[in-house]
Design a protein around this ligand. Structure first.
Ligand code: ZN
Length: 389
């Protein structure tokens, strides 16, 4: 199967200018101007007037649904294929969260395989918020080495009333097991960290890096845009070589309470001189977003959307002083590299053919390719999930 996208303005995320992109099977074969091909069985797509960027890599999605924190009826629904593809996301990393009782790792792994069968790239973390860490095989290293989609552990909760209040030595042990599993299997072995709102912030991560041989780059703390104060802590974490993630799913109440919109947060970090390779956005898709009244009573429940990732990218790209290349990197190259997915998040020969074509004026998504297959055609889903109407 050969596809040629012609005359498209390529951001790899680095700007490459107007080129043709040749796709064979699931891979990009060439990106250069004026590729000539003759013969039958070539699908051509005129990219004139459009921008091509890598498919988005969403490093945190509750693909099987998240635990509702207002009782059993508030457990959130699973992610559907087009929740991702219509919004340019071609790679998702699934995670459990607070609920590792009614949500299980076998279900998470099965869902990742299911999404692969439907056409996108899907991975997941073993474990959940809790310590001792739940695993499939009984061991974090074994899970990463022997279970195809598992590329790390998380989201392990810190600085949160729902966390297991684990110690630095316990977290160091989790990280070392993930690190070894990653090294032996050629995977990232990353420890995804759910950062809560307690004043301890990222202190536990500093403690582990100070007192063990685990490098800061092993940890990938998320929700750093919870408050300006946590962002300052995130900056200090980046200064010692750490990487951070900000969350794009939000609601009016969270913003009113001091959360910084993801795009503004990334722009602030870039302005502070943090390298874009240390900065990512993720959707926290399908997480529950509870709304409480002044007495702490649950009054409403919303669900995080994978589509918020592209929306935040769009907001980021619209901010003066933020280059389009940096905005693209924060949702493609940066998360792919942090996660050790080196065929993802970039447009270059031999990379996976995950490509999003957008209108440069409106920034609307026109076409999406995942692993060389066109999933979205003129804003319409060409491929749908098994049970999507
Ligand atoms: Zn979380």
């Amino acid at each position: 199967m050969i596809t040629l996208i012609t005359n498209v303005d390529v951001y790899a995320p680095r700007a490459l200018g107007v080129c043709d992109i040749l796709i064979a099977g699931n891979r990009i074969m060439a990106i250069e101007p004026g590729i000539t091909l003759s013969g039958e069985h070539i699908t051509r797509l005129d990219g004139n007037g459009m921008i091509a960027m890598p498919g988005l890599v969403d490093s945190l999605v509750h693909i099987t649904g998240g635990g509702g924190e207002g009782g059993f009826h508030t457990r959130t629904p699973e992610m559907n294929l087009t929740d991702a593809t219509l919004h340019g996301v071609t790679t998702v990393i699934g995670a459990l969260g607070t609920d590792a009782t009614t949500r299980t790792l076998p279900e998470l792994i099965a869902k990742a395989y299911g999404l692969r069968n439907e056409g996108i790239s899907a991975y997941c973390y073993t474990g959940s918020y809790h310590y001792p860490v739940r695993t499939v095989t009984g061991d974090i290293t074994d899970d990463i080495m022997l279970t195809g989609p598992v590329i790390g552990v998380g989201e392990v909760a810190i600085a949160d009333h729902r966390s297991s209040q684990l110690s630095a030595s316990e977290l160091a042990r989790i990280a070392s097991q993930a690190r070894v599993g990653g090294m032996l299997s050629g995977k990232g072995g990353i420890v995804s960290i759910h950062t809560g709102e307690s004043p301890y912030q990222l202190s536990l991560l500093h403690e582990v890096t100070d007192s063990s041989d685990i490098p800061a780059s092993q940890f990938y703390p998320t929700h750093i845009n919870r408050s300006q104060s946590l962002m300052e802590a995130g900056k200090r974490w980046c200064e010692r070589g750490g990487r951070i993630d900000v969350t794009t799913s939000t609601n009016a109440q969270f913003i009113a309470e001091g959360e910084i919109p993801a795009a503004e947060s990334i722009a602030w970090f870039l302005g502070q001189g943090v390298d874009v390779h240390q900065l990512t956005m993720s959707s926290d898709g399908n997480a529950s977003l509870p709304v409480f009244d002044n007495n702490g009573r649950l009054t409403g429940l919303e669900v995080g959307k994978v589509g918020s990732l592209y929306q935040s990218f769009r907001d980021l790209a619209a901010i003066r002083d933020v280059s389009l290349s940096d905005a693209i990197a924060s949702v493609t190259l940066s998360p792919a590299d942090i996660l050790g997915l080196h065929n993802k998040g970039r447009l270059q020969p031999n990379a996976d053919a995950d490509i999003v074509l957008i209108d440069p004026a409106t920034r609307d998504i026109q076409h999406v390719f995942a692993n060389g297959v066109q999933m979205v055609d003129n804003q319409q889903a060409r491929v749908k999930g098994t049970f999507e109407a």
